[in-house]
Design a protein around this ligand. Structure first.
Ligand code: GLN
Length: 475
């Protein structure tokens, strides 16, 4: 069967009887089998997907199939899918099954998307390399000695290697955009609150966003259109109307005013090829008639510390529910209630998750609360205000998605801080709650994918997606 690059092409062939959902599912199942070594999926739902495909094929003949009929997706192992296992790639959720569908999943299913499997990821979405998983590392299909990025590495590789058309990940500080850049695909996080978080396992609730991976902008747009919108189960979700993204985006945007932050290009550790690639892109944009200007943003140095203080604080509180009583794993070693809690958490959680719970507990402790948590909240506000101010003067902020291309497996094992640097450019949009996307932008001298990130103002997804469509044409 031919490899389809977009839902539009699939829909056309479905309409003309040149393919069927059953054929598509069989194709993806074969692909999943032949790319097993990448470890992108924790579980495949073969029988269920085949049955669902037959059902949707019937609906297609009857003319009452949903908008996503023909779309085969995989889901990061952090979103509830009723009667399916859910583990956040952690041993502590061993044996746990979701009792309801997260809103995004329900909306996908209502429009006849077929969910073919559950993606591997970093445990509780904490990481930038997908090496922190109870189910083992995920390998980058572009070079299997390298990481795919994280935490949604499995979702990125599933799209990269053609195991599905679209996948869902979650992005708290870059977990969709960074792996998209490392894998050479598109990864988008919308404005905070655009998509309901109901059924998404919480890492840092004031940052968490469901995000979308695909190989092109139109697939991101249609998926976003389906899964966004108000929801009685998430009190933080926006009630702003959801545009018809898939219809409203174009390929020939107006001449835009674009800012790039000088400090991002002077950052220590920025790979030279990425820098050059970025400069070339700026020249192309200018020669296409866009205004591109360098601006100062002195708060850059504060972004990672602010991000890691606030997210670990929120994580330490969110993850307290995994105590051996309510979910999944319980230690056998339980001489008292306290020992049961301690042993369950010590045995069930991985090193990185424990590190963050401890950091977060520390920054929230009575004597340090003001010095760390409170201060970081204030800095977050300054970062948001300064970013919004920039976006009042410019249409977009442009920057590399990551300071390096995909690094070697094990490269940052000894130094968690070096790993945190991978998020240098992605945390700004997360701190500010703004929509951001990573679009493929050529390769480095080793042939590894490079990503370019575009940030827009709140709820400007139409503008962001249209511009990204145009960026994709620049190569
Ligand atoms: N790498 C970042 C972290 O470990 C981002 C994770 C995410 O977005 N879920 O916190």
């Amino acid at each position: 069967m031919k490899e389809y690059s977009s839902l539009n092409l699939i829909r056309e062939d479905l309409k003309n009887g040149l393919t069927s959902c059953s054929e598509l599912v069989n194709h993806y199942l074969e692909k999943i089998e032949s790319t097993k070594h990448l470890n992108a999926l924790i579980e495949t739902y073969a029988d269920e997907a085949i049955a669902k495909a037959q059902l949707i094929d019937r609906k297609l003949t009857q003319g009452n199939a949903g908008r996503l009929a023909g779309m085969v997706v995989t889901i990061k192992d952090v979103i509830c899918h009723k009667d399916h296992k859910l583990s956040a790639a952690s041993s502590i959720l061993e044996g746990f099954e979701a009792q309801f569908n997260g809103t995004a999943i329900q909306k996908l299913l209502d429009e006849d998307a077929i969910i073919i499997g559950r993606n591997n990821c970093d445990e509780f979405a904490m990481g930038s390399s997908n090496e922190n998983s109870a189910f083992g590392k995920v390998l980058n299909a572009a070079d299997t000695t390298r990481v795919p990025g994280g935490s949604s590495g499995g979702s990125a590789v599933a799209v990269q290697a053609g195991m599905c058309l679209v996948s869902l990940g979650s992005d708290t500080g870059g977990s969709v955009r960074q792996p998209a850049a490392f894998c050479g695909i598109v990864g988008m996080k919308p404005t905070y609150s655009r998509i309901s978080r109901h059924g998404l396992i919480a890492y840092a609730s004031s940052f968490d966003c469901i995000g979308i991976f695909a190989k092109n902008i139109s697939d991101v747009a249609i998926t976003l259109e389906v899964i966004s919108g108000k929801d009685e189960y998430d009190s933080t979700v926006s009630t702003t109307d959801v545009p018809n993204y898939s219809h409203e985006i174009g390929t020939h945007p107006k001449k835009r005013k674009i800012a790039y932050i000088k400090e991002t290009l002077n950052a220590q550790g920025l790979n030279n090829d990425i820098k050059q690639n970025f400069n070339t892109l700026i020249s192309k944009l200018k020669s296409d008639g866009h205004t591109v200007e360098a601006v100062d943003f002195p708060l850059l140095d504060y972004m990672l510390p602010t991000y890691y203080i606030l997210t670990t604080a929120e994580a330490s509180s969110n993850l307290s529910r995994f105590d051996g009583v309510r979910y999944g794993y319980r230690s056998k070693n339980t001489t008292s209630l306290e020992a049961m809690y301690k042993n369950t958490r010590s045995e069930g959680l991985g090193v990185e998750v424990k590190r963050r719970i401890m950091l977060g507990t520390f920054v929230l402790s009575a004597s340090y609360y003001d010095a760390y948590y409170n201060k970081a909240q204030k800095v977050r506000r300054l970062i948001r205000d300064a970013t919004k101010e920039l976006l009042a003067a410019y249409d977009f902020i442009l920057m590399p998605t990551t300071p390096t291309t995909a690094f070697k497996i094990g490269e940052h094992d000894a130094d968690p801080l070096a790993m945190y640097l991978a998020d240098l450019y992605t945390v700004q949009a997360s701190l500010a709650g703004l929509p951001a996307i990573s679009v493929p932008s050529g390769h480095d001298n080793l042939g590894l994918p490079v990503g370019i990130q575009v940030i827009a103002d709140d709820f400007e997804e139409v503008k962001l997606l249209s511009f990204s469509n145009y960026l994709m044409t620049l190569g």
